[in-house]
Design a protein around this ligand. Sequence first.
Ligand SMILES: C[S@@+](CC[C@H](N)C(=O)[O-])C[C@H]1O[C@@H](n2cnc3c(N)ncnc32)[C@H](O)[C@@H]1O
Length: 191
Amino acid sequence: MAAAVQTRSRWLFARHFLADPRSVGSAIPSSRRLVSRLIGGVDWETARVIVEYGPGTGCVTRAILAAMAPDARLYAFDINADFIAHLQRTLPDPRLILVAASAETVAARLAADGIGHVDAAISSLPLTIMPPRVRCRILNATHRVLAPGAPLSFYQYSTRQVRQLRRHFGALAMSFEPRNWPPAFVFTARK
Ligand SMILES: C[S@@+](CC[C@H](N)C(=O)[O-])C[C@H]1O[C@@H](n2cnc3c(N)ncnc32)[C@H](O)[C@@H]1O
C-alpha cells in the first residue's frame, strides 16, 4: 500500500474510533502478525466463497485477497459507510463485494446471489462489547451460512464471553498474539 494511502487509512480509522469506540473497537488497525494468525485456519486452495465482518480500512481484507484463489469471492460487511467508501476507492478488486450493512444480514445478502454456504468467515468485530442481541444474531446467522467443517475465525482482546461464544459453536480453538496493540486472542470455531 502506498504511504499516503496508509496514512489516510490510519487517520480515518482513528477518527472513527474516537467518534464511536464501541463499534470500531480499537484505535489502530490489526498488526500483520495478528492478521496472518487470523486467516491462517482457512484452506485457501479450496475456499471459493468467504465472508469478512468488519473490514474497517482493509488490513485483513488485503491479506484475504492476497491468499484467495482467482475465482473465489469475498463478501465484506461493515456498518461504517466511510470505511466502505474508502475500501471502494483503495481496493478495486473484482473478487471483492463490499456490503454496507451489519453482519447480521449475511444470510439474506448471500441468498440474493444464490449462495447457500460459505467456506470461511473471518471476523474483526468487537463481539465482546457489542449489544448481546446483535452478537447473538450474527453468530446464529454465521452458523447457518457456514458449510460443514468451515471455520469462523475472530480475534478479541480478552477471553470474556468465551463461554457464550462456545454455546453457538461448541469447541473453540484459541491462540494468543502478543505482537499487536492491544495483544489479542484468536479463536477458531468450526461448524
Ligand atoms: C476493530 S475494527 C476492525 C478493522 C480491521 N478489520 C482490523 O482488524 O483492524 C471493527 C470493525 O467492525 C465494524 N462493525 C462493527 N459492528 C459491525 C456489524 N454489526 N456488522 C459489520 N461491521 C461492524 C466497525 O465499523 C469496524 O470497521
